[in-house]
Write a protein that binds this ligand. Structure first.
Ligand code: 16G
Ligand code: ZN
Length: 521
């Protein structure tokens, strides 16, 4: 059954395994096996998500979700890679080895939750995962087509006996929408804020699931859905979706162009979101993950101050965050910023160090996590009559906000509801939001090299340590430019090196990026 069909080794990377769907059958089966091992080892429910996110429709992928609803712990990625690459006749022995090494009790009953995106290849790959789970006597629980963040949420609910929320689709919609409506109250508009948003579903699961929100939100937020093509039309992520809009810095196909109207795009598994609009002169304006992060962190800081509770709040970014966003948030809003390596797991991990940890990648993946300490103190404050009425009110508001947020992972729809709540509270339209700071011009280039792994980095990928001398060359180039900044890193998802540059003008930025790129060859 499920014989290994590909000779080359594959690696469990930043976002799990991802490649051409036709090469993934045996990988899925083996990840079913691994999920059962992980579940028995952690003594908790594990999730398996089948998706290739923003990649083309013909790709697919798989990633595992740990009991707290987080991405699988890094130390097990190497086991995933090992299991994926062994020859068929060695598979059983490798499994036995892992069972021994980790002292796993193979007699416990375990549940594995499975979710998939709308790719035409997903149903058959899902069957392969089920076969793997059954082969080790685990119990597969099929959630069907769901967004990645929904599956993360279900895993967390199941492991907390529904204390985090009810672990069903209905439970998820009810939790988010109830909190959103509570915060919005009866006045759906406020100042420059209007309750209408154009939504690009990327022809994927994000389009399918937003319909449940539309029904429940009604007039409180009028979401107009575009790019809702059916399965197998080849249109998934094609010329639309969050990754397209962010990387091309242009308006997606399929969404009507209306000046100054807020638009959002989600990606193929709805864990990323970006905002944008066109102005009267038909100029495109992007409000990316950095913008969303600063909006959220600034607002949460206001609320935390309003409660009078001492909570430490921080923002986590990566080297790709626009320098102007970092500047604005540290200097003007006085929120401390930490920088970590690319990849959601690094940001999430760092955010756990704060009472209120906001994290976002520039590409639009992010969320907020609240410590137990923060939640306890807020719950206490909400009931504490020795606090002022205002303080109690703010504590209640923060508690409701926590329920709008999917703390397990970046969630495009939950993030949208959060942004809409903040804009509504501030009475801001998209222009007021954009006026908070001006992005520095930036450029991202891909460079194809023989072996991308000759480049290694340190300091959250902002400096390279090998090849020797490259960093000095970059430093020399950067010094020539006003507000210059540049770094190079090997991609974790493609066989290329990425070059990022920023400077005072677009012309200088493009030049700096091109110059740095020549040093990488
Ligand atoms: C993956 C990551 C994303 C990261 C991107 C970087 C997850 C769920 N996704 O899509 O966070 O920004 O890789 O790709 O971790 P790169 O290494 O090719 O630049
Ligand atoms: Zn995604």
């Amino acid at each position: 059954m499920h014989p290994k069909t590909v000779k080359q080794n594959i690696q469990y990377g930043t976002a799990g395994f991802r490649t051409k769907a036709s090469n993934l059958g045996y990988i899925m089966y083996r990840m079913g096996l691994l999920a059962v091992l992980r579940s028995r080892y952690k003594q908790g429910v594990i999730g398996v998500m089948i998706t290739a996110s923003h990649n083309p429709e013909s790709d697919n992928g798989v990633k595992l979700i740990d009991p707290h609803g987080e991405m699988m712990e890094q130390s097990w990625e190497e086991l995933a890679t090992r299991i994926a690459n062994v020859q068929d006749d060695e598979l059983e022995a490798v499994i036995k080895e892992i069972v021994q090494e980790y002292n796993i009790d193979m007699s416990t009953r375990v549940n594995i939750l499975i979710g998939k995106d709308t790719r035409p290849s997903s149903p058959s790959l899902s069957k392969s995962v089920v076969d793997g789970i059954l082969a080790l006597s685990g119990k597969p629980v099929d959630y069907g087509i769901v967004t990645t963040p929904q599956l993360h949420y279900f895993v967390k609910c199941r492991n907390t006996q529904n204390a985090y929320g009810v672990g069903t689709e209905e439970g998820y919609y009810t939790k988010l929408v109830t909190a959103f409506k509570k915060l919005r109250g009866d006045n759906y508009t406020n100042g420059n804020y209007t309750n209408r948003v154009l939504y690009d579903g990327a022809n994927g699961v994000g389009a399918r699931k937003i319909k449940y929100f539309q029904e429940r939100l009604g007039e409180s937020l009028k979401i107009e859905l575009y790019n809702d093509a059916g399965i197998g039309t080849g249109k998934l992520n094609y010329l639309c979706g969050a990754d397209y809009v962010k990387s091309q810095q242009s308006f997606p196909t399929g969404v009507p162009v209306e000046p100054n109207v807020r638009c959002v795009s989600v990606d193929g598994d709805a864990d990323r979101i970006v905002y944008y609009y066109v102005d009267e002169d038909n100029k495109f304006h992007l409000l990316d993950g950095d913008r969303i992060a600063t909006l959220i962190a600034g607002y949460l800081k206001e609320l935390v101050l309003g409660t009078g509770i001492d909570l430490n709040l921080g923002l986590i970014q990566t080297a790709y965050a626009n320098g102007a966003s970092t500047d604005y948030i540290t200097r003007q809003l006085q929120v401390p910023v930490a920088c970590v390596s690319t990849g959601v797991k690094h940001l999430h991990h760092k955010a756990l160090e704060y009472d209120v940890g906001v994290y976002f990648e520039a590409n639009g993946h992010g969320t907020v996590i609240f410590s137990k300490n923060a939640k306890d103190k807020l719950n206490e404050a909400a009931k504490n009559n020795s606090l002022s009425e205002e303080q109690q009110k703010v504590a209640n508001k923060l508690l409701a906000l926590i329920d709008v947020i999917n703390e397990t992972v970046g969630d495009a729809i939950s993030d949208m509801l959060l942004v809409e709540t903040i804009l509504h509270a501030k009475g801001w339209g998209v222009q007021q939001w954009e006026e908070t700071y001006t992005d520095l011009p930036n450029k991202l280039l891909k460079v194809t090299v023989e072996d991308r792994n000759v480049i290694s980095t340190k300091d959250a990928e902002r400096q390279c340590t090998t090849p020797v001398g490259l960093q000095e060359e970059i430093d020399t180039l950067v010094k020539k430019y006003n507000k210059g900044r540049s770094f190079v890193r090997p991609s974790g998802t493609e066989d290329i090196v990425r070059v990022y540059a920023e400077a005072a003008t677009q012309e200088e930025t493009d030049k700096l990026a091109a110059e740095v790129a020549t040093k990488v060859y």
